[in-house]
Design a protein around this ligand. Structure first.
Ligand code: ZN
Length: 1169
């Protein structure tokens, strides 16, 4: 028996210091030649080197034992240290040396294989190293010779599993028929040798990570075999002692179905049905959760790809662009790069993504120097008209007119004194547009199939049919129920008069009936909604030009919305709700008995007759978006959204009418072509619903609604399969309160362009023109011929005296814009709050008007908003990526907004603040993005020295103030980074090119807050409007003058120096939601056994070392083994590699050593000293 020579053994507690002990191992073995070369090596290296060269059993065993003890006692760090010192190579060499002999000695080989498995799966290059050492096929051969020896086979299989982490090694094993050998090691249900069986399945699973190997098993019919094996184990493992084996079989299938050949085989062999059935019996047991999860993922992944039932992926709305050929649907195009694009609001915070760091702008010149203007200076004076407050003479201030008169004449008096008043502007532009259109005589626009009869005869963007509420027979809804409903609602009041009117001719009677009905409806039921007038809305809508020529108003937009009295908490997520929904979807595939699959609404097919017992849908109104509705089961509908006009993508926003429902029946809706990779629908957000019946009963409210909500990746693909797009399903269930109601469902609180126009009219009428200078003008005409409003709000000067006029003309400008992304209707509600506040008689608002001139462009993308697009303008571009060099023809609103900002710059009136209002679908709270050179450089880890860089920290004032005064605001979600991918956004361009220090994007959640007093609540329009007010409040903090002003005048109203709300957003830096409780994506791999599991398996393999290999195992042995393959294995790394008797001997030797030298502590020894 080999013993350590005490005199040579100077081991002071660390292996590194084993230096010098090497002779103790080798001089006795007669190999002194190595001594010198190794004199400077660490102790570990000595051990490893000896292992490779040791010729006899005893010393090899001893070294293995020492290594095992060392590695078992510590953390992975030790093993990684050993790998860095050539540990894998040493073990491989030893394996080859010992395994190559005619009759290998398994006393050495077994512990060696075990150690190799433990070390190898922590070595990423183990496959390559094994190939180089010639150990791969050798191990496979050892396996072949030991298929009857469970323990030895298991050891070989672990090593094969570890080697196969490299694709080339896995293929090498496949080419040498390793797959056949291993596959045939998997028996039907048994209680014997569970260890080796599990090892075989795991090895097979890893081997199936390569395409070649999957192709091989498919042709050999092993997929079918694996399914039958799974079925057998599932049926017979009634005591659930072989869960790990069942899970491992699912992993094999998972990996095999990563290739399309594998999926086809899986489906054709009835895999989906089998998993569906087996899973149903697993649902109740918690211990089987891992099997359910793996099965669900496998079914989701393997459901056959189904093209969306559309004739074309192109939007149903196409719009001929000036100077460009009309879009032809579904012409093959180059791969669409824009689908990769990340957007300002959504991807901004993807800190985890790999490319994130590369995205910071670290070029100091680009960060600090202003680029050349994108246009000549001669083009700027045209924008002087947008500063009416500078040229206005305020003559009416001297007139001692009665307030009443001055109020009513405000618009006319200002139009006489200023050529750029709103009405004049609008009239001139409309006239010009009409003339242009007549001259151009452009053809009618067509929807993509060209079949839309109702569109014919309209100019490219047709205004709402020439009517107002008084001349249209059917203006509010196409639903017949609607007629009945409002007639019933007004029956009492109108019964008398109706008799008279029925004498008219039929059509006239119909119209006048409707007119009186609408009028009376308003009289009787019209809610008093602040800043909303239904008739004004109608009038505004008639001038709104849409691609399809909308002639119907959605009731909620017409009638108005009041926020519900109570806060709406976020919806709780039912456990496993997604799983249940996926099951229902799988069932749809397996069992088609109850499947109706009936198209009940098609935006492109007016002739469609809906069935009496199905829901009715409609979406052809302003902001509407629903392309197709398909009844799939009695109470379940698939909904397909319309892509942004002129594109085939960006589906997310929806807004449609639904009617003909039965009360209190749960209807399931599936929006099946969503594109965002995750949304707040997985985190408590609900869509919004508006009920006409409720409105007529005095509750004109959009309310959050829906249960069983989840959002997950589905199996649909584009109709034409051109783009590799992944679609997601948003599913929710709604039980309507009333029978035969007419309801509206939307992604978020709708806010139409017509609503803005009506709102501005109301505001204009509401202000006292002697005090408030309010001017609505037209920035420009949009592509579709809508007028994009720009509003100027400031205080009228106290007098016409030089001093007061001078003060007015030197007020700093604040420029606010919004809704560049049409789907972000929350931005419009925030803007509504801002505008109403700025026009109000609130003392803070007065102070702000006296201090600043506000220039507001509330909707930067009117055409997108009108036509229900989610992201783009009609030019199919994201307008918030056009700011660097906006095209005057294709992106007119951006071109002219930028031009106006250039103009302000040129006259020395660079805005003090610029803020662009947005919505954020993936995050909670409200927050700002700003721009800072220093923070960008710090964050990017740039080498640029920032010490000498001077930067005004003033960009933080507003967010800091908001954090204190705005309950929905979260300072910790803000950042001030300049990313390359955002270089063409409003925020970055206005900061860089116009030199606006406080240039922001304000992001408002669609969902709610996770901090502050609104924690756990969804935001409603009240909270969004409040945010708009608070943003104004925060502007008070900007100047010292202002501070004085507010101290003097509004101290009692807003206290910026004290935390009136005692509100500070939580101090966490969590950027995104925690990962969803259920996988949104299919997991593309099955979680393989972790290192600890493998260690534990390996260790267990030695437990029964002394027991008979092939004989009948006793009951107790079987139990013990079952324990080891069960789910909750101990992740104990304690050394069990060597047969106990040998181990004991070695340990005794070591203990003796320890006692004798008093300096050896192997178990606690540190490899890295
Ligand atoms: Zn946005």
């Amino acid at each position: 028996m080999f013993t350590y020579g005490c005199s040579n053994f100077t081991w002071n507690g660390t292996l590194r210091e084993l230096k010098g002990s090497y002779p103790a191992f080798c001089t006795e073995r007669g190999r002194p030649a190595m001594t010198a070369a190794l004199s400077s090596c660490s102790g570990l290296e000595v051990l490893l080197s000896t292992l490779q060269n040791a010729g006899d059993v005893e010393s090899t065993l001893n070294i293995l034992n020492v290594l095992d003890e060392l590695l078992s006692a510590g953390t992975d760090r030790r093993i990684h240290y050993m790998i860095s010192k050539g540990g894998s190579e040493a073990l491989l060499t030893a394996l080859v040396n010992n395994g190559r002999t005619f009759s290998p000695n398994y006393t050495i080989l077994l512990p060696l294989l075990h150690l190799l498995a433990k070390v190898g799966h922590r070595d990423r290059r183990i496959g390559m190293k094994a190939e180089e050492a010639g150990a791969v096929l050798l191990t496979l051969n050892l396996l072949r010779h030991n298929i009857k020896h469970a323990r030895k086979a298991a050891a070989c299989l672990w090593v094969i599993q570890v080697f196969s982490s490299s694709v080339s090694t896995a293929n090498l094993i496949g080419e040498n028929h390793g797959l056949d050998v291993i596959y045939h090691l998997i028996p039907p249900y048994t209680t014997k040798h569970l260890h080796s069986i599990k090892a075989a399945i795991n090895a097979l699973a890893v081997l199936l990570c390569t395409k070649a190997n999957v192709g091989y098993v498919v042709t050999k019919g092993y997929i079918s075999g694996l399914l039958r094996l799974y079925e057998d184990w599932h049926n017979k493992d009634t005591q659930h002692v072989a869960i790990a084996i069942r899970h491992a079989l699912l992993c094999c299938l998972h990996n095999a179905t990563d290739s399309s050949a594998g999926r086809q085989a899986f489906i054709s062999q009835g895999g989906i049905r089998l998993l569906y059935q087996t899973t149903q019996t697993c649902l109740l047991s918690k211990s089987l959760a891992s099997l359910v999860e793996a099965s669900v993922q496998l079914m989701r992944k393997c459901l056959p790809k189904t093209p969306l039932p559309l004739r074309s992926d192109q939007s149903a709305y196409t719009f001929p662009l000036p100077g460009q050929p009309a879009a032809v649907p579904d012409v093959d195009e180059a791969p669409d790069e824009s689908s990769e694009e990340s957007d300002e609001d959504e991807e901004e915070q993807e800190a985890g993504s790999k490319d994130y760091d590369d995205d910071f702008e670290t070029d100091l010149n680009k960060l600090r120097l202003r680029p050349e203007p994108d246009r000549p200076a001669e083009l700027l004076p045209q924008y002087s008209r947008l500063c009416p407050e500078l040229s206005h003479d305020f003559q009416d201030l001297d007139l001692s007119s009665e307030p009443e008169e001055s109020s009513s004449s405000s618009s006319s008096s200002s139009s006489s004194s200023s050529s750029s008043s709103s009405d004049d502007d609008e009239a001139v532009l409309l006239d010009r547009m009409d003339r242009k259109r007549r001259a151009a005589n452009s053809g009618s626009s067509t929807s993509s199939d060209g079949s839309e009869t109702s569109i014919k005869g309209h100019s490219p963007a047709a205004p709402l049919a020439t009517c107002d509420s008084h001349s249209s027979g059917n203006i509010l809804s196409t639903s017949p129920i609607f007629r009945t409903m409002i007639e019933e609602a007004t029956a009492e009041a109108s019964s008398a008069q109706r008799g008279d009117e029925q004498d008219d001719d039929e059509e006239g009677a119909e119209r006048s009936l409707h007119r009186t009905v609408i009028d009376r409806l308003l009289e009787r039921h019209g809610a008093c909604i602040p800043h909303h007038q239904p008739k004004l809305y109608c009038a505004a809508a008639t001038r709104t030009r849409s691609i399809p020529g909308f002639s119907i108003l959605a009731f909620p937009d017409f009638w108005g919305h009041l926020p519900p009295p109570r806060h709406e908490p976020m919806a709780p997520r039912r456990p496993n709700i997604q799983r249940q929904k996926v099951f229902e979807d799988v069932q749809r595939f397996l069992n088609t008995d109850d499947i109706i699959n009936q198209v009940v609404f098609d935006l492109e097919d007016n002739s469609l007759q809906s069935h009496s017992d199905s829901l009715r849908f409609y979406s052809k109104f302003e902001c509407g978006n629903l392309r197709k509705a398909i009844q799939v089961r009695r109470y379940e509908y698939d909904l397909i959204l319309n892509a942004d006009a002129n594109t085939s993508q960006h589906t997310q926003w929806f807004y449609f009418e639904v009617s003909n429902m039965v009360a209190n029946v749960p209807y399931r809706f599936n929006v099946i072509n969503c594109e965002k990779i995750n949304t707040q629908f997985n985190y408590g957000m609900q869509p919004v619903l508006y009920s006409v019946k409720e409105a007529l009963e005095g509750r004109p409210q959009w309310v959050r609604t829906g249960t069983d909500i989840c959002y997950f990746r589905n199996h649909f693909c584009p109709a034409r399969g051109r783009r590799r797009t992944t679609f997601y399903t948003l599913t929710f269930t709604i039980s309507f309160k009333h029978n035969e109601d007419v309801c509206y469902l939307a992604y978020h609180y709708p806010y139409t362009f017509s609503a803005l126009k009506a709102h501005l009219k109301v505001l204009q009428k509401s202000v006292d023109p002697a005090k408030v200078f309010f001017r609505q003008q037209i920035l420009c005409e949009t592509l579709a011929g809508n007028s994009c409003p720009v509003v100027t709000i400031t205080a009228c000067p106290a007098s016409r005296g030089w001093k007061d006029l001078h003060q007015l003309r030197n007020r700093p400008c604040i420029v606010l814009t919004g809704r560049v992304h049409p789907g972000e209707s929350n931005a419009s509600w925030v803007m509504k709050g801002t505008l109403e506040f700025l026009c109000s008689s609130d003392l803070v608002a007065q102070s702000l008007r006296e201090a600043f001139v506000f220039k507001v462009i509330p909707i930067l993308n009117p055409d997108g908003v009108i036509n229900g697009t989610n992201r783009c303008d009609l030019n199919s571009e994201d307008l918030n990526r056009q700011w660097c060099k906006p095209d005057p023809v294709l992106s007119p609103t951006i071109y002219h907004t930028k031009g106006f900002l250039y103009y302000l710059n040129s006259i020395g009136r660079t805005p003090l603040v610029f803020c662009d209002y947005h919505g954020h679908s993936r995050k909670k709270n409200v927050f700002l993005y700003g721009c800072s050179v220093k923070e960008t450089l710090w964050q990017s880890g740039s080498a640029v020295d920032t010490v000498g860089l001077k930067e005004d920290p003033g960009y933080r004032t507003i967010p800091k103030t908001l954090d204190r005064i705005a309950p929905a605001f979260s300072f910790n979600s803000c950042n001030y980074l300049v990313e390359k991918s955002r270089s063409a956004t409003a925020r970055v361009v206005v900061w860089r090119e116009m030199g606006v220090l406080r240039s922001y994007t304000m992001e408002s959640t669609y969902n709610g807050c996770d901090q502050g007093i609104y924690k756990g609540l969804q935001t409603g329009t009240r909270e969004l409007q409040e945010m708009g007010v608070k943003f104004c409040h925060s502007l008070l903090s900007l100047t010292k003058d202002m501070k004085a002003l507010y101290t003097r005048r509004v101290n009692k109203h807003v206290d910026l120096d004290h935390n009136i709300l005692d509100h500070n957003s939580h101090n966490s830096f969590e950027d995104d939601e925690p990962s969803c409780v259920e996988e949104i994506e299919y997991s593309t791999y099955c979680p393989m056994p972790k290192g600890a599991d493998l260690d534990s398996d390996v260790n267990c393999n030695m437990v029964n070392a002394g027991e008979e290999e092939e004989g009948d195992e006793g009951h107790s042995a079987a139990k013990r083994q079952q324990g080891c393959v069960g789910q909750s294995q101990q992740s104990n790394m304690k050394g069990r590699l060597l047969p106990s008797q040998i181990r004991q001997a070695s340990i005794e030797v070591l203990s003796d050593k320890r006692n004798m030298c008093n300096s050896v502590n192997v178990t606690n020894g540190q490899i890295i000293g």
